[in-house]
Ligand binder design. Structure first.
Ligand code: SF4
Ligand code: SF4
Length: 323
C-alpha cells in the first residue's frame, strides 16, 4: 500500500466508523478451492466448489469498486491455478483497488509476467528443510517457495512470508524470521485454524502449550527488531495477554467471498450465518452479516484489521512500518 492509498483508506475507514456507513473496504475473494498442495492442516481442496467464471468475477470486481473496496485479496485454494488471475488483478488495479494475493508460491515464478499490477503477495512458508515438507505435502522443496518469494520481490511486488505454527515449527521462529530477513521481506505468523481442516482433527499438529508460550514470548521480544510484521496488539492477543480482539468489523468494513460467490463474515466464520450470494447483490449480502463476536479469531489478517479499524496505535505504527 503506498502512502496515498493508505491515507485515503484510513480516511474512508474513519468516515465509515464515525458515520456508521457499512462498506466492504477490504474483501478476501476466493477464486478457487483447487490447490497444488495437500497441507496437513487444510481440507479446502477436498471438495472443490464450482468457480465463478472470468466475466462474473470481473463484474463482481466492478461492483466492489463502486461500493468503495480499497483492498482486494485473491485467495483460495491456490489462486494461481486460475489462468485468468492476471486479468482479474488488472481489472481491480484499473478500478483503483489495492491488489493482494495469498499463494503457496510454487507457481509464482512462471506467472509473474501476468502480475505486474499485483501490489502485495503473501507466500506460505512454514519453515526450513524437513518442516515445510512435513506439513505442506506436495513433493516440492521449500527452496522453491523461497525462490518464488524472491522472484516476486525482484519484480517489485511487496512480499511477505506467512508461517502457520504447528508442533513441527513452533521452535523455529528465529529461523523462519531469519529466512525472511535474508530475502528482505516481511513474515507473519498464524495459529492453526480448526476451520480450514473441514472437520478433521488437528490435535497431532497443535504445538504443546509450553512450546507455544516460548515461541510467542520470542515473537513479543523480537518482532520490532526483525522482519516480523505482526503488530504488538496481535502478538498480545496470540499470547493471551489480551483476551479479546478489538470489535469485529466483519459486515461493517470487511468480508470474505467464497469460490461460489457466497458472502461470509471472514474465512473462519464460513457457514456460520446465511448472508447470500453476490448474484443477489454484494451490498445486500454484506449487510446481512450480523454483528460478530466469536470466541476465537485465527486469521491474522482479520485480527490485525480489527485492531487497525479500532485505531489501535500499535497497529497504526506497525502498518506505517510496512508502507
Ligand atoms: S493451506 Fe493453502 S497451500 Fe495448503 S492445501 Fe490449503 S489452500 Fe493449498
Ligand atoms: S472469527 Fe473473528 S474476524 Fe471472523 S467473524 Fe468471528 S470475530 Fe470476526
Amino acid at each position: 500500500m503506498n502512502a496515498a492509498n493508505a491515507l485515503s483508506t484510513a480516511a474512508i475507514m474513519t468516515g465509515a466508523l464515525l458515520f456508521g456507513v457499512r462498506a466492504p473496504l477490504a474483501v478476501s475473494l476466493s477464486v478457487t478451492d483447487r490447490c497444488t498442495l495437500r497441507c496437513a492442516y487444510c481440507g479446502i481442496w477436498r471438495e472443490p466448489a464450482e468457480e465463478l467464471g472470468t466475466e462474473s468475477l470481473e463484474r463482481l470486481i466492478d461492483e466492489l469498486a463502486r461500493l468503495g473496496t480499497r483492498r482486494l485479496t485473491f485467495t483460495g485454494g491456490e489462486p494461481l491455478l486460475r489462468g485468468d488471475l492476471g486479468v482479474l488483478v488488472d481489472r481491480a488495479a484499473a478500478r483503483g483497488i489495492f491488489t493482494a494475493m495469498n499463494t503457496n508460491g510454487l507457481l509464482l515464478r512462471e506467472r509473474l509476467g501476468e502480475l505486474k499490477n499485483l501490489d502485495y503477495v503473501k507466500v506460505s512458508y512454514d519453515g526450513p528443510a524437513g518442516v515445510h515438507e512435513a506439513q505442506r505435502s506436495g513433493g516440492r522443496d521449500h527452496g522453491e517457495v523461497l525462490a518464488g518469494a524472491a522472484a516476486a520481490r525482484d519484480a517489485g511486488i511487496r512480499t511477505a512470508l506467512n508461517a502457520t505454527l504447528t508442533r513441527h515449527n513452533v521452535g523455529l521462529l528465529p529461523e523462519i524470521a531469519g529466512a525472511a530477513a535474508s530475502l528482505g521481506v516481511a513474515v507473519d505468523f498464524n495459529r492453526l485454524s480448526p476451520h480450514a481442516r473441514a472437520g478433521v482433527g488437528l490435535e497431532e499438529l497443535e504445538p504443546s502449550p509450553e512450546a507455544l508460550r516460548d515461541a510467542l514470548e520470542w515473537l513479543s521480544t523480537h518482532a520490532r527488531r526483525s522482519a516480523v510484521s505482526c503488530s504488538p496488539p496481535y502478538i498480545a492477543y496470540l499470547r493471551g495477554t489480551r483476551g479479546t480482539p478489538a470489535p469485529c468489523r466483519a459486515g461493517r468494513l470487511f468480508c470474505y467471498i467464497d469460490t461460489r460467490g457466497d458472502v461470509h463474515p471472514c474465512f473462519d466464520a464460513r457457514g456460520r450465518v446465511e448472508c447470500g450470494n453476490v448474484s443477489g447483490g454484494v451490498l445486500a449480502a454484506f449487510r446481512r452479516i450480523p454483528a460478530m463476536a466469536c470466541a476465537r479469531c485465527y486469521c491474522s489478517a482479520a485480527v490485525e484489521f480489527n485492531f487497525l479499524a479500532s485505531g489501535n496505535p500499535g497497529s497504526i505504527m506497525n502498518l506505517s512500518k510496512w508502507i
